[in-house]
Design a protein around this ligand. Structure first.
Ligand code: ADP
Length: 493
């Protein structure tokens, strides 16, 4: 009896394994944190062996705690921190360097050179990405540049590159499968998202040998089987997607115009644009949402750097709350923002302002200003920064949308969600299962094996927890125009 799907959620700070049943119910979760290595200012690494060991341990643990045997698993779905770059030896399976994490800035100079040589446009045109150290390509180049023997080993086919999904699958299959899916490939900056190929011209610019790259698969496809010894019996690996794309799928944002926003430390907003690869006028990223049976669905992605982090700042620096969740009651202690606007530019301002030098500000303070007003203005700031992105995405994509699906830690804040609905004048919908990333990977796996028959079948499983209906009032309009006016005051460009 193949009853369950195991999702492996390989995050930036921890490896998680989550078990789902056929109704999409989460039965158990196991999680292990792993070491964050900071060798220098701006450098961030992970130990690939630790990623693998913690992931395998989490998988075994969740099966044991739920009393489920590997033979009861239909399949495994994998979702992962994107862009993080690993290179290993095909024969020994040994990494040649630590994983260079997406946050790592060491290759900023390589990116500046690309831009100075006038080649940034070609990368953007072909990959949908803005040339940046964030993506895998320059990280691969950097590792190969460390030692000439590495590049020659890469050229003769001895080395393999992969993002974390590839690395886990390589290990799960005992080196039998060297693959990645189209969503992860679309974050490398060397994958042509229009023709679905590793791009020879871009590889040449960066001197990356094609022979080290994984085969690109659908996001939902049986791509291999785990070594029997690992979990007790072999299990099919049938779903792969980068974390934000998996969350978009887990939220069943399957129609063009569907959007999900994740409220964590920052906000990650991603909109399904269907078969159209929309080029943003605001440096938002064009990316692959998923590839099913060879057909690509595209998405446009924008993020806000500071969201939940603003609440952390109020908790840890200003100490006006003890716990993040207390912000809601404090903000509810007043009926409006009392004229206060909080511009949350704590680490510059991203899309659509793109001003790294902007700093934050709390404006409109009077003698009557209370803590509650600042708390409310902070929640409004999170919603308004998300609004900034959503408005631009709508313009870019040329579609309007009716609702926003939400997840992430701060989406549990009902007041924030109501403010968000008011600010975008659209329904905000929070699902019952907020582990949408893991759920998306499970959905992709189960679709490939026939465990679930279709996307429509999945729609019957997705359950709404709460819907926030916009209330339009003069106050909302006032808050928006106050915001548009005040944010200009912190811009340096
Ligand atoms: P991440 O995955 O980025 O670590 P999470 O999804 O776990 O983030 O969410 C944690 C973030 O959400 C923290 O920045 C925290 O300040 C914020 N947060 C958590 N609960 C609330 C709440 N009830 N209201 C507002 N912010 C919250």
């Amino acid at each position: 009896m193949k009853k369950y799907i195991l999702s492996l959620d390989a995050g930036t700070t921890s490896s998680r394994a989550i078990l789902f049943d056929q109704r999409g119910t989460q039965l158990g979760l196991s999680q292990y944190e792993f070491t964050q290595i900071f060798p220098k200012e701006g450098w961030v690494e992970h130990d690939p062996i630790e990623i693998w060991n913690t992931q395998l341990k989490a998988a075994k643990d969740v099966l044991e705690s739920c009393n489920v045997k590997a033979e009861q698993l239909d399949s495994i779905g994998i979702t992962n921190q994107r862009e993080t770059t690993l290179i290993w030896d095909r024969k020994t399976g040994e990494p040649v360097f630590n994983a260079i994490v997406w946050q790592d800035r060491r290759t900023a100079e390589i990116c500046e050179e690309i831009t100075a040589k006038g080649m940034a446009g070609v990368f953007t045109e072909k990959t949908g990405l803005v040339v940046d150290a964030y993506f895998s390509a320059t990280k691969i180049k950097w590792i190969l540049d460390q030692d000439p023997s590495l590049r020659s080993r890469a050229k003769n086919g001895s080395l393999a590159f992969g993002t974390v999904d590839s690395w886990l699958i390589w290990n799960l299959t005992g080196g039998a499968s060297h693959v990645t899916d189209a969503t992860n490939a679309s974050r490398t900056m060397i994958y042509n998202i229009h023709d679905g190929q590793w791009d020879e011209a871009l590889l040449e610019i960066l001197d990356i040998p094609q022979s080290m790259l994984p085969r690109v698969t659908n996001s939902s496809e049986i791509i291999g089987t785990t070594l029997p010894a690992l979990l007790g019996s072999p299990v099919k690996i049938a779903g792969i997607a980068g974390d934000q794309q998996a969350a978009l799928f887990g939220q069943l944002c399957t129609q063009p115009g569907d959007v999900k926003n994740t409220y964590g430390t920052g906000c990650f907003c991603i909109m399904n644009t269907g078969t159209k690869a929309v080029v943003s006028q605001n440096k938002m990223l064009t990316t692959i949402a998923w590839q099913l049976n060879g057909a690509v669905t595209y998405a446009i992605e924008g993020s806000v750097f500071i969201a939940g982090a603003l609440i952390q700042w109020l908790r840890d620096q200003l100490q006006i709350i003890d716990a993040a969740a207390d912000i809601e009651a404090l903000a509810e202690s007043v009926s409006d923002n009392g004229g206060v606007t909080f511009v949350p530019a704590l680490s510059g301002l991203g899309a659509p302002y793109w001003d790294p030098h902007a700093t934050g500000a709390i404006m409109g303070i009077t003698r009557g200003t209370q803590k509650g007003h600042i708390a409310r203005a902070a929640l409004e700031a999170i919603a308004l920064r998300s609004r900034d992105i959503i408005v631009e995405m709508q313009k870019d994509a040329g579609v309007s949308f009716k609702s926003l699906k939400v997840d992430g830690g701060a989406s549990n804040n009902n007041l924030l969600m109501q403010i968000q609905a008011d600010m975008i004048n659209a329904d905000v919908i929070r699902p019952k299962i907020t582990e949408t990333t893991a759920l998306g990977a499970a959905f992709l796996a189960g679709l490939a094996t026939g465990y679930w028959s279709s996307i429509d079948d999945l729609k019957n499983l997705w359950q709404e927890d709460q819907r926030f209906i916009p209330s339009t009032s003069d106050q909302v309009q006032k808050t928006i125009s106050q915001w548009e006016n005040k944010i200009k005051k912190v811009l340096t460009n």
